[in-house]
Ligand binder design. Sequence first.
Ligand code: NAI
Length: 506
Amino acid sequence: MNAFFPQVAVVGAGAMGRGIAQMAAQAGSQVLLFDQQPEAVAAAIQSVTEQWQKMQAKGKCSAEQLAGWTAGLKAADSLQALAGCNLVIEAIVERLDAKVALFSALEAIVGESCVLASNTSSLSVTAIAKPLKRPGRCAGLHFFNPVPLMRLVEVIPATHSDAAVVDALTGYVKSMGHTPVTACDMPGFIVNHAGRGYGTESLRLVGESVADFATVDRILRDQMGFKLGPFELMDLTGLDISHTAMESIYRQFYDEPRLRPSAQAAQRMTAGLLGRKTGAGFYRYENGQQQVPPEPPVPQVAELPPVWVSPRAARRAELYQLLKNLGARIETAQAPSSQALILVAPLGFDMTTVAAVERLDPARVVGIDMMLDDAATRRRVLATTPATRRDMRDAAHALFASDGKAVSVVRDSGGFVTQRVVAHIVNIASDMCQQGLCSPADLETAVTLGLGYPLGPLAMGNAIGPTNVLEILFNLQTVYGDTRYRPSPWLRRRGAIGLSLLHEEE
Ligand code: NAI
C-alpha cells in the first residue's frame, strides 16, 4: 500500500497515461485508468501487463509483485468511478479548456482532500488550477516519455498550490523510484526551458553558414560528449514538436532574445521536413537508417609551413605542447616570418577581428578552438578568415589531423561552434537561476536526467571556467551586437569573482 496516495486515478490512457499508471501501480497504489475512449484503456492495460511480464521474465520483478501490480491496475468506465481516489493525475489532450473541464467535473465527484495533478508540458498549471473551487489541491506533475525509463519528474507548484500537496507529490514520485525536482510554474518549467539553447544556437550556426548541420552535430558530439547532435535530436523529436516548443516558450517569455527560434526551422517545418517520422528532416532516412553526408577528406600537403602562435591564444602553453607533439616547426620570434602559418585561438571573437586587432596577415591566419583541453576532446575545430589562403587552411587541417584526430574546418564566426552553443546553454541556465525558477541543484539534475546532457549546464560552465564563459559571451555580444548573448547577472557575478556556478548562496 502506498503511504502517500493509496488510491490513484490516471485520466488519459495514451503514451503518457499508461506509463504513469504503470509506475503508480509499481509504487503500491491501487490504480484506476480512465479515458474517454474505452478501447484506449484496454490497450494501455494490455501494454502495461506485457511490460510487467517482460520484467518478470528478465528477473526484474517477482511473481508476487507481478500479481499484485496486475490486480492493482483496473479500468474505470466513468469519472464517477474515481470518487474514492486520493490523487488524480491527468494526461489527456494538451488543451487548457479540456483540462479545466475535467478537473472541474472531478471536483464534484472526488473527496475534499483529493489531489488533482496535471501532466501538462506547456500549459500554465496556475491557469488549470485557478478556476477550481479549491485551487490549492492542484499542482503540476510533469513526467517524461517513456515514463518508466525517464526517471525525472518535475513537480510544479501553481500559484495557489498547498505546500502539503506539493510535498506529498514529491514524496510520491520518490516512492515510484523516480527523481523529483521542483520547478516554478513558468513556461517550459526546467527541462524544456534549459533545453532551448542547444537547438536554437545550432540552428543559428547553420543559418549563418558557419558549418552544415552534420558538421555541427559531429563537433558537439565529439567535443562536448553530447550523445546526439542537435540536428539528430530535432530529427528524433520531430520539428513539429521542437519548433513549436521553441516558438511557444519564446513568445511566453515576451520575445526574450536568448530563446529566439529560427526562421529556417519554421520554413523546414512548413515543408514537412519533420525528421525521422517523415523520412526526411535535416538528415534523410532510408529504411529507418540515417544517411550521414561524408566528412571532407584530410588534404594531402607535401611540406608543412612553420607555425607561429599568437601571444593572446587561449591555453597557449597547451597549444605549444600540442604542436610539439604533432612535430610542427614552431616559430618563437615576436612576429611571424613571411612563410609562417599564423595560429590564433580566441574565446568568442572571430578570426578576422583577431587578425585585424593583432595586426596579423589575414591570408595566413587560421583559428583553433582551445576552449576545452585538447586531450579531453575527440575532434579539433579550425576556422579561417575570408582571406585565408587555401594552402594555409590545408596545412593547418593536415597538421592537426596528423595524429589521427578528427578535424573540422568551419567558416569564420565568433566562438567557433562549441564555444557558442555551450556558452549559450550556460547563460540560459544561469538566467533561470537568476529568475529563481529552480534551485541550481535541481537544474543540474533535471538537465542530466531529462535531456541526457553529459553534464548539467552549470557543471559545463565550471568545466570551461565561469570567467571564460563570460569572456565568450562578452565577445559574442561585440561581434553580433545582439542582446541574445548578454550574460545573465547571475553568471556575471560568479564569473567576476571566479566562483563556482554551482554555488547557491548569495
Ligand atoms: P496521447 O494523445 O497519446 O493520449 C491522450 C489520451 O487522452 C487519449 O487516449 C485520449 O483519448 C485521452 N483524452 C483526451 N481528452 C480526454 C478527456 N477529456 N477525458 C478523458 N480522456 C481524454 O497524449 P500523450 O502524449 O500521452 O500526452 C498526454 C499529456 O501529457 C498532454 O498534456 C501532453 O502535453 C503531456 N506530455 C506528453 C509528453 C510526450 O512526450 N508525449 C511528455 C510530457 C507530457
